[in-house]
Each structure stands twice: as C-alpha cells, then as structure tokens.
Design a protein around this ligand. Sequence first.
Ligand SMILES: *[C@@H]1O[C@H](CO)[C@@H](O)[C@H](O)[C@H]1NC(C)=O
Ligand SMILES: *[C@@H]1O[C@H](CO)[C@@H](O)[C@H](O)[C@H]1NC(C)=O
Ligand SMILES: *[C@@H]1O[C@H](CO)[C@@H](O)[C@H](O)[C@H]1NC(C)=O
Length: 223
Amino acid sequence: MATFFLLLSLLFFSASAHIHNVIRVTDNPADQLVAALNNNRTAKKEPTLYDNPGLGCIALQYIKAYRGDCNVLGGDDAKKPFDSQFADTFAPNCGVTASTLSKITGRLVACQSKYVEPSKAFSEILMKDSKSLEILYSKNHTEVGAAVTGTDGGGPYFWCVLFSNGKSNSSFTLEGGEAKITKPGCFSGANDVCSSANGWPRSLTLWSYIATAFIAVAYAFGL
Ligand SMILES: *[C@@H]1O[C@H](CO)[C@@H](O)[C@H](O)[C@H]1NC(C)=O
Ligand SMILES: *[C@@H]1O[C@H](CO)[C@@H](O)[C@H](O)[C@H]1NC(C)=O
Ligand SMILES: *[C@@H]1O[C@H](CO)[C@@H](O)[C@H](O)[C@H]1NC(C)=O
C-alpha cells in the first residue's frame, strides 16, 4: 500500500513538473518566437542560438523606442533607434552591464495592427522576404533575443528579434543575474511567464475586428 502511494505521488509529481515546464515555454510569445526561429535554423543544420535574456530585454526597449509608431518602421524614410541608445537607455533600463554590450549582427523588426500567434508572426510577417531568411541563417550569430509588445493595451503589435555574436556567458550580462521585467510587453530568455494575467495580450479579438490591417517590416544585417 505504502509503495503504491509512493509511486502514485511520484507519478503526480513528475506530471505536474512536466505541465509546469510546458507552461513556462508556451506562456511567453517571445520565447515561442525564439523556439520557432531555432527550429527553423536546426532544420537548415544551423546551430541553435542562445536565448540571452539581457538581449531579449534590450529587444523590448528597442521596440518601445518606436513609441507605437508603425509608420516610421518600414518604407523609404524608415527610422530606427540611435546606436547610442543601447548604452544610454536600453542597457540601464534592463540592468544590463553596459561594458558587456556586444555587436548586433542582425535585426528583424515588424509591426502589424493585428495580433497573430508567434509561429505565424515568424513565418508570415518576419520571414516574408528573402533578405530575412538570409539574416536568419547567417553564420555570424551566436545568440538571439526577442520581444513583442502591443501599444496602450491594443495594436499595433511590434515584434523584434536582435541577433548578436557575443559569448553567451559574458555578453549582455544582467546586474544581479536577473532581468528587470518591464511591463507592458514580453521578452525571451528570462523564464518569465508573460500572459494575459499581466494585461497582455488584451482585447485581441475585438482589436482584430476593428483594426484596419496594416503591416511594416524592417530587416537589416547589423544595426
Ligand atoms: C523556415 O522558415 C521559412 C520561412 O517561413 C519557410 O519557408 C521554411 O519552410 C521553414 N523551414 C522549416 C523547416 O520549417
Ligand atoms: C559576417 O561578418 C563578417 C565580418 O564581420 C562580415 O564581413 C559579413 O558581411 C557578415 N555576414 C553577414 C551575412 O552578416
Ligand atoms: C565562458 O565560456 C567560455 C567558452 O564557452 C569559457 O572559456 C569561459 O571560461 C566562460 N567564462 C565564464 C566566466 O564562465
């Protein structure tokens, strides 16, 4: 009888541990985006990129610098945050040690009025262009950080992937070892459950009905 209970509780324990792990990955759209990206690289026999939480947090700051303005992201007069903002604003906001900022070897940024699942954001928005595939499969990257956020609790939704060639244990390191969780928005690598409980994503369905569809994308090697 005692053995039976022991087995039963072991079974229960491992089952709940398993469920817990699953929730950790699926409850953060930025982590899901990195998973989709790494799956795609693996299928091309490219090594998996390290999901660096410091770089993920910086990716979130990067899209926040657009202040929700989707119009300036793509097109002929596209704007991007200044390189100096990495050290001046993004790193301190994230608790990233400025001296460990490493070279950005690529970026993919997109915004769209409508929220879509991370796997769709990857394949249907970020990977729409042959240039983006070239960036994805580049041999220059060793690590990645991704982020997603809405604007004022609704659209437009910004997706950002930053690539770097830094060493995983010594680049974008976090003071005190922990990423500063800055809401709203979600970023990858921090084992942070980022879901509707945090006000994200909010009123997705309603927004997708009332929004006029628009989309803008920017791809670049380096900054
Ligand atoms: C990788 O992504 C590209 C662009 O979405 C797609 O065409 C390709 O089929 C994907 N490869 C795999 C193995 O999923
Ligand atoms: C990779 O890095 C090298 C050296 O910095 C550079 O010349 C090359 O253009 C990069 N390749 C890509 C695909 O970014
Ligand atoms: C970081 O990793 C490199 C190689 O992957 C290793 O040589 C180095 O000792 C590591 N540094 C620390 C501080 O763990």
